[in-house]
Design a binder for this molecule. Structure first.
Ligand SMILES: Nc1ncnc2c1ncn2[C@@H]1O[C@H](COP(=O)(O)OP(=O)(O)OP(=O)(O)O)[C@@H](O)[C@H]1O
Ligand SMILES: [Mg+2]
Length: 354
């Protein structure tokens, strides 16, 4: 049985003077205990709405939501003690220091004065916020705010963590730091549902990805499964001279497995190939024979963006606009470390199973 579960989850808003908005439209979801599931979707897909339902902040119009078998709708008072949430916008008291914010959360949850202070200090250390400990939050950078907000969600050591776009607005280094923290928590047994617009983030962190659009899951699987579902690798060729485009298409068609695609300027060409290394070799040899000059050539596995384009007819990053594209690409050097953290985690899990 899934640890976090949604079935037919629906939330319809009827704003005054406008038609109904189906923020959730029969969402189906199952997250196994101790794993990370990413809800991946563009702006307005329903990610925050789903998190708000699970964290008892709003009531759905219809459907079932359960955590550890407990019904979120009928027993919210049993849900609140076992969950932690870090919302899309950091919820911190601007006038308190980093330490005071965490201490306050502990007291609100009745940890007692001594335990609250001990836990606050542990989290300050874990999140590397020592220098911000005694400064009011209003002077914090966005990244520090995010960290103190997530730290606040961890005060009670929740079994289940909901993270709504945990790294939006963070620079590549802070994003990596956040990924490390999330991986550590999952390594310790926390079950995580996170939302993201970053394909890279879902790819690196999540055991399972549910792609959502218009309040529905439109695809689900591991990152590899989603990529495999749209075919093998790609061979990509960039020409020096777009005049060579037609001849290159002919070559790609011969050695690839799909109809080649060409960018508008005709310089960049792509073809699917189940055996990409072999196709690339043949293509390069043939282009060489024909004297066609190359600016770049290579192969790549399909990205989650390709998956999104295939499933919805539009690119996820185009929808997520500037936020995703600029930052995701500048973070491209970063994923290796988090990826290896995920692998380590998997290995650990596999070891404990056997
Ligand atoms: N209180 C509300 N009243 C009316 N419509 C709402 C309300 N809250 C959300 N919506 C609508 O529901 C849809 C889903 O919103 P939601 O915030 O869940 O999207 P999201 O996936 O979190 O998007 P983002 O990536 O921008 O955070 C949107 O069309 C949004 O405009
Ligand atoms: Mg949102």
């Amino acid at each position: 049985m899934a640890f976090i579960e949604a079935s037919g989850l629906t939330k319809t808003y009827t704003p005054r003077g406008a038609g109904p908005v189906h923020a959730l439209d029969g969402l189906e979801l199952g997250v196994a205990q101790g794993t990370v599931t990413a809800l991946l979707g563009p702006n307005g897909a329903g990610k925050t709405t789903a998190v708000k339902v699970f964290t008892t902040l709003i009531r759905p119009t219809a459907g079932i939501a359960r955590i550890d078998g407990i019904d979120v709708l009928t027993q919210p008072e049993r849900i609140r003690p076992i969950i932690g949430v870090s919302g899309q916008y950091a919820a911190v008291d601007e006038n308190l220091t980093g330490f005071e914010n965490l201490d306050m959360v502990g007291r609100l949850y009745h940890l007692g004065a001594v335990q609250s202070r001990i836990r606050a200090q542990e989290l300050i250390t874990l999140f590397d916020l020592e220098e911000a400990k005694n400064r009011p939050v209003k002077g914090f950078s966005g990244g520090m705010r995010r960290r103190i907000d997530l730290a606040g969600a961890l005060v009670t050591r929740p079994k289940v963590l909901f993270l709504d776009e945990p790294t939006t607005g963070l620079d590549p280094r802070s994003r990596l730091g956040m990924w490390d923290i999330i991986n550590t928590l999952v390594g310790q047994g926390t079950t995580v549902l996170l939302t993201t617009q970053y394909l890279e983030e879902a790819d690196q962190l999540a055991d399972s990805i549910s792609v959502i659009d218009y309040g529905k899951v439109i695809a689900k699987g591991t990152s590899d499964e989603l990529k495999a579902s749209i075919g093998g690798q790609r061979v990509e060729i960039t020409l020096v001279d777009p005049a060579d485009s037609a001849a290159t298409v002919e070559v790609l068609r011969r050695f690839g497995d799909s109809e080649p695609t060409t960018t508008a300027e005709g310089r960049e060409l792509t073809v699917n190939a189940s055996d990409a290394p072999r196709a690339l070799q043949s293509i390069l040899a043939e282009l060489g024979d024909r004297g066609i000059r190359l600016f770049d050539a290579g192969m790549r596995r399909p990205t989650l963006d390709d998956v999104f384009l295939r499933l919805t007819g539009h690119s996820a990053t185009a929808e997520a606009a500037d936020a995703a594209s600029a930052e995701a690409s500048s973070a491209s050097a970063a994923p290796a470390k988090a990826a290896s953290a995920k692998r380590e985690r998997t290995t650990k899990k596999e070891r404990s199973r056997s």
